[in-house]
Design a binder for this molecule. Structure first.
Ligand SMILES: C[S@@+](CC[C@H](N)C(=O)[O-])C[C@H]1O[C@@H](n2cnc3c(N)ncnc32)[C@H](O)[C@@H]1O
Length: 217
């Protein structure tokens, strides 16, 4: 490939969490590509860039386009939320396969922000993501085993398993309805919201896709 390609972790959404490395990569790019949450976080840096907005459905076509542009000598940043290597259900692996020379710029993950807010040390946390392509049953079993074992769980919810589904699942598995649970929604964004209560109080409450859940503290 003639151009340079970066896969850039842009943090949880607020520009305050962009690293200097991320800023440099974006500044050095002719093209900046990503989902709208990511593009919004770097808006101030991209006035003179070609923007490629990606969606779940146009993703492959956009990556084909980026391949052609980079081959013709353009530099491109592909943005990913949080840290690029953590829990991307839309396949970081195929970006790495397509662009083996890509430089990966680590970012601050949403789970780091949630752990900091809940004052959790990594050594005491079980980290689970439901952003997986496979069936969720195995993940649910991991969740249950961890909660039954008295461990603190930090999990990324997903549209098939939102915070209210987490509560419903744990209650239906006979976990104490007083079990503490926190939901961090839209972390670092203007509409950030925190729910802190117990499983019973969480029942039926709705949150957006951008939610991180802490169980057991
Ligand atoms: C595809 S995963 C990507 C995770 C990302 N790579 C990271 O390190 O945070 C998307 C999930 O991350 C979590 N997430 C990402 N940004 C968030 C934010 N600002 N607030 C709360 N949760 C967030 C949510 O659970 C969301 O469903």
């Amino acid at each position: 490939m003639k151009g340079k390609i970066w896969v850039v972790g842009i943090g949880p959404g607020s520009p305050e969490y962009l690293t200097q490395k991320a800023i440099k990569a974006i500044e050095g790019s002719d093209i900046v590509a990503g989902y709208d949450l990511c593009l919004n976080a770097v808006r101030d840096l991209t006035h003179d860039k070609t923007i490629i907005e990606m969606t779940w459905s146009n993703r492959n076509e956009r990556l084909d386009h980026i391949t052609r542009e980079v081959t013709s000598g353009k530099n491109c940043s592909i943005l990913r939320s949080g840290d690029p290597n953590f829990s991307g259900s839309s396949g970081i692996e195929d970006i790495y396969d397509r662009f083996p020379d890509a430089e990966i710029i680590s970012g601050i993950s949403s789970v780091q922000i949630a752990a900091a807010k809940s004052k959790l040390a990594w050594g005491e946390i079980v980290l689970l993501t439901f952003h997986v392509s496979e069936d969720l049953e195995k993940k649910k079993q991991n969740l249950l085993d961890s909660v039954r074992g008295g461990l603190i769980v930090l999990l990324l919810s997903e549209s098939r398993f939102m915070p209210k589904d987490v509560a419903k699942f744990l209650l239906s598995s006979s976990i104490d309805d007083k079990m503490p649970i926190t939901v961090y929604e839209n972390l670092t964004l203007e509409n950030e919201r925190v729910f802190h209560g117990n499983l019973k109080e969480l029942t039926g409450k709705t949150f957006t896709y951008l939610s991180v859940v802490v169980i057991g503290k």
